[in-house]
Design a protein around this ligand. Structure first.
Ligand SMILES: [Zn+2]
Length: 257
């Protein structure tokens, strides 16, 4: 339990940033709620209105694929409309001043890249593109969305007639092994990890902050609600990620001035 005043915690966080040489961030859905992206799991949210279609079902059943794409037809435009918020922008700013090596994210919205972060590891893939599962050909998501809107809920590759799927990781689908390996290697070598907006309940991604802790990194958590790993955090914020990060960036920029 951390009852210190916010200002005092911000000063403490700035000190950790000053003393750290290899800093990384781990983000979850919570960082994008200030960009107007709802929690799709909430009551009335997309995932309460659609059945979760597993990867296996997507591969094997045309009915499963139509259910999957019906949900995507609603989700894709919402994700494309979202814009980076203060928190995404502050992380890009930290990179510019040499205080952020990489952002590891569970999000598929592409907002870290939009804000200007250059090294973004997307553990659950991206909504921005789709690929043919047969020949690997890749498209931006927009022409696929166009097909969905025209009523084609089982889009196929024009080259090989293979199944097309967004480049996101579905339930039951393997995580990208190279991205996971790079993320854990970063965790093992960083000396400060910032965690923003994740409930830290979905593994193996949620094992990244404790891995950093185990290898000696300090941890700063910014999350509205409790997580099962709060006891590992050196500093714990419940406030808005945008506000806290802006204050940290300002403090560090004063150092440079
Ligand atoms: Zn193909």
């Amino acid at each position: 339990m951390n009852e210190k005043a916010t200002a005092e915690k911000i000063d403490e966080a700035i000190r950790l940033f000053r003393n750290a040489e290899r800093i990384m961030t781990f983000t979850g859905a919570g960082i994008s709620t200030e960009s107007g992206l709802s929690d799709f799991r909430s009551p009335g949210g997309l995932w309460s209105r659609y059945r979760m279609v597993t990867y296996q079902e997507f591969l094997e059943s045309a009915k499963g694929r139509r259910e999957y794409w019906a949900m995507r037809r609603e989700l894709i435009p919402e994700l494309l409309r979202a814009r980076p918020n203060k928190a995404h922008k502050a992380l890009a700013e930290l990179e510019k001043i040499g205080k952020m090596e990489a952002v590891i994210t569970q999000n598929i919205d592409g907002l870290h890249q939009d804000a200007g972060s250059s090294r973004v590891l997307e553990l659950h893939g991206t909504n921005r593109t789709a690929s043919c599962l047969g020949c690997g050909r890749q498209w931006p998501i927009e022409p696929i969305q166009q097909q969905l809107e025209e009523g084609n809920l089982d889009p196929r590759c024009d080259s090989c007639a293979g199944l097309i799927k967004p480049d996101t990781v579905s339930f039951g689908q393997a995580m990208p092994q190279d991205v996971m390996a790079e993320a854990f290697s970063l965790a093992e070598t960083c000396d400060l990890l910032l965690m923003i907006g994740s409930s830290l309940e979905v593994h193996p991604a949620a094992s990244i902050p404790p891995a950093a802790h185990q290898y000696g990194a300090r941890l700063i958590f910014i999350n509205r609600t409790r997580t099962p790993l709060d006891h590992l955090a050196d500093i714990l914020f419940r406030e808005s990620a945008g506000e806290i990060l802006e204050a940290i960036v300002n403090g560090l920029q004063n150092d440079c001035a």
